[in-house]
Design a protein around this ligand. Structure first.
Ligand code: GCU
Length: 126
């Protein structure tokens, strides 16, 4: 079964929780500030150690990719994962990455690498 971690419940660094673009899960989404280094951090619990499929749901209403670096427990796991334009801020899509998690609690951080900041981020699901 999937476990969902809502972005609005994460630790937001240089971003705001908003709810003005329909289609999100939970009570809102994170609007990253349009600056490199803006980030959302999740505490992700995994039953077992090893590679896990992790889904990130997002919207990007621009035509420009908004890559995120993804770290797990402080280590770079995915370098500049693409978050391409979805066509509208109300059009939400998912990307799936493989993250090597430890059993128990992990810190997963998704950090914008360009001056555009990140996409609007809805949730992380494992
Ligand atoms: C718009 C949009 C926001 C989005 C922002 C951006 O302001 O309403 O939801 O985050 O653009 O470009 O990051």
């Amino acid at each position: 079964p999937e476990t969902r971690f809502e972005a609005e419940n994460g630790v937001v660094s240089q971003g705001v929780v908003e709810s003005n673009h329909a289609g999100f899960s939970g009570s809102g989404f994170v609007n990253y500030d349009n600056v490199a280094g803006s980030a959302v951090e999740f505490k992700v619990r995994s039953e077992t150690a090893g590679p896990k499929q992790v889904t990130l749901r997002f919207a990007n209403g621009t035509a420009v990719n908004r890559p995120l670096d993804i770290t797990v427990n402080g280590q770079l796991a995915v370098d500049e994962q693409s978050f391409a334009g979805t066509g509208a801020w109300t059009t939400w899509q998912s990307v799936t990455v493989t993250l090597n998690l430890e059993a128990g609690e992990n810190t997963v951080r998704a950090t914008a690498t360009t001056a555009n900041g990140g996409p609007n981020l809805d949730y992380l699901e494992i």
